[in-house]
Design a protein around this ligand. Structure first.
Ligand code: ZN
Length: 342
């Protein structure tokens, strides 16, 4: 049987030479370069223009994917290389007890930085992205490195995933959650997140874990007037209606890249029936965490790892005070959230 299912009816797919076929829906999902494409059209986005990305993929095929990254990350794009190669990208797995037998979904995998790290730790990694070009790059990287446990696919409609019920032990969402409402203008932002979480719940096994690496609405970067992903200063801190009005005037689009507060994440996840929530502060950030500091327990200021993070002098005193008052959890910039399905 095929490793995917029909995103429409969730029925089994048969594998043809150039497509996966759902006989019930009478739909063919094309295999492009061997990769299943479940979306009718590709929504292209990313760090490179589509033309650059195509050239990069050709380069990767000819001269190796690492050389392609070197070549195309020169100058302004060094962060892309870090996103793909930095082994800290898989560090969040410390928060989950892995035994090597897991099947994992890396949703919104991009170039596959997280997938490549997880593939060393678990049995199977299913990497999904709306951009065919990005999963195509990951596919080339896996083939060239002879990695056989990464299964990339291209699909945009993440509230209708091409996987059966109770399929995964772990779902990783790193820097993805906030963007979901953009793809579902028919829903309110809150409703888009609800529907999405319910779909994640469906594909998780009982006892399975959802990992969210994301930002805090009231993180100090925003309280201090930083720009958010919608391009608005103080954006997340403002009442949503105000942020939306500013976005419509300043950028001619609704405010739909949404981050939540500690309390709001708890509420959203509980509404989708997730439990056993744990909050961590990924430091220096959720993309490349060196450390994960629990925000549920009082932290030990003399712990070596924490001491290195909070530094010395005024900063140390201030953060320690907030920690002692139990307030730090509300204003750290990023969250690593672990949630369980029962
Ligand atoms: Zn079907």
């Amino acid at each position: 049987m095929n490793k995917f299912c029909c995103p429409g009816c969730k029925g089994a797919l048969t594998e043809g030479t150039s497509a996966l076929v759902c006989t019930a829906c009478n739909v063919e999902y094309p295999l492009q370069d061997g990769l299943p494409c479940f979306s009718q059209t590709e929504k292209y986005f990313g760090e490179y223009s589509k033309r650059e990305m195509e050239a990069m993929i050709e380069f990767a095929k000819q001269s190796g994917w690492r050389n392609a990254l070197d070549e195309y990350a020169k100058g302004q794009k060094e962060f892309v290389k870090d996103l793909v190669l930095d082994d800290r990208r898989g560090n969040f797995s410390r928060l989950v007890n892995l035994n090597g037998s897991e099947r994992v979904l890396d949703l919104g995998c991009g170039f596959g930085g997280v997938s490549l790290q997880l593939a060393k730790q678990v049995k199977e990694v299913f990497s999904l992205d709306a951009s065919f070009h990005r999963v195509s790059f990951l596919n080339i990287a896996s083939q060239q490195d002879k990695i056989t446990n990464i299964f990339p696919a291209c699909h945009e409609d993440v509230v209708n995933l091409p996987y059966p019920d109770e399929y995964f032990d772990l779902i990783s969402l790193v820097g993805v959650f906030e963007y979901i409402p953009l793809s579902y203008p028919q829903y309110s932002t809150r409703e888009a997140h609800n529907v999405f979480l319910r779909e994640l719940y469906r594909v998780l096994k009982p006892g399975g874990v959802l990992y969210l690496g994301t930002k805090n609405r009231f993180g100090w970067q925003y309280l201090a007037g930083g720009f958010d992903h919608n391009g608005i200063r103080f954006g997340p801190v403002l009442p949503r209606l105000v942020a939306d009005a500013i976005s419509r005037v300043a950028h001619h689009k609704p405010y739909r890249i949404i981050v939540y507060s500690h309390r709001e994440y708890k509420k959203l996840l509980a509404m989708a029936k997730f439990g056993d929530l744990e909050f961590y502060w990924p430091y220096p950030g959720y993309q490349h965490p060196d450390a994960m500091v629990s925000m549920d327990k009082a932290f030990d200021i003399d712990d070596k790892q924490i001491a290195a993070i909070i530094g010395t002098g005024f900063k140390k005193g201030f953060l320690a005070l907030l920690g002692r008052l139990g307030l730090l959890r509300y204003i750290v910039p990023h969250y690593s959230i672990v949630a369980k399905k029962f």
